[in-house]
Design a protein around this ligand. Structure first.
Ligand code: HEC
Length: 95
């Protein structure tokens, strides 16, 4: 069925901008986080769907090495964003 998206929400596809910010991060972090990934028991990488919490399917552990705490891996965009001053300020304003 076609939905007039100027008037209604098309629930057949997830619009990330409509998700709460933590679920937006989880969506992007399905790919944009590089750490040690541990799948939950019985889960596969294909079980994650946009709108879910990433931790329902997998947990990602970020290795931090002594004297190298500032180091981030290439695809850690979301993690870097969360550490930025502007994001901290945004979080404070929201709370
Ligand atoms: C299914 C995996 C996947 C998901 C989910 C995903 N991305 Fe990506 N993203 C990629 C890949 C792979 C690339 C690199 C593509 C290329 O270079 O050809 C990329 C590239 C990017 C880039 C360019 C990065 C650069 O350094 O040039 C940005 C920005 C980006 N993604 C943002 C996002 C955002 C924001 C989200 C969440 C709304 C998201 N991505 C979700 C896989 C994903």
């Amino acid at each position: 069925m076609l939905i007039d998206t100027s008037k209604y929400i098309d629930y057949s596809i997830v619009n990330p901008s409509k998700l709460p910010i933590d679920l937006q991060f989880d969506l992007c972090q399905r790919c944009h986080i590089q750490g040690n990934v541990v799948l939950n028991e019985g889960k596969s990488f294909f079980d994650f769907k946009p709108g879910m919490k990433l931790s329902e399917v997998m947990n990602v552990f970020m290795p931090v090495y002594k004297d190298n705490e500032e180091q981030h891996i290439m695809a850690s965009h979301a993690e870097r964003l969360k550490l930025s001053k502007c994001f901290w300020q945004f979080r404070q304003e929201k709370n």
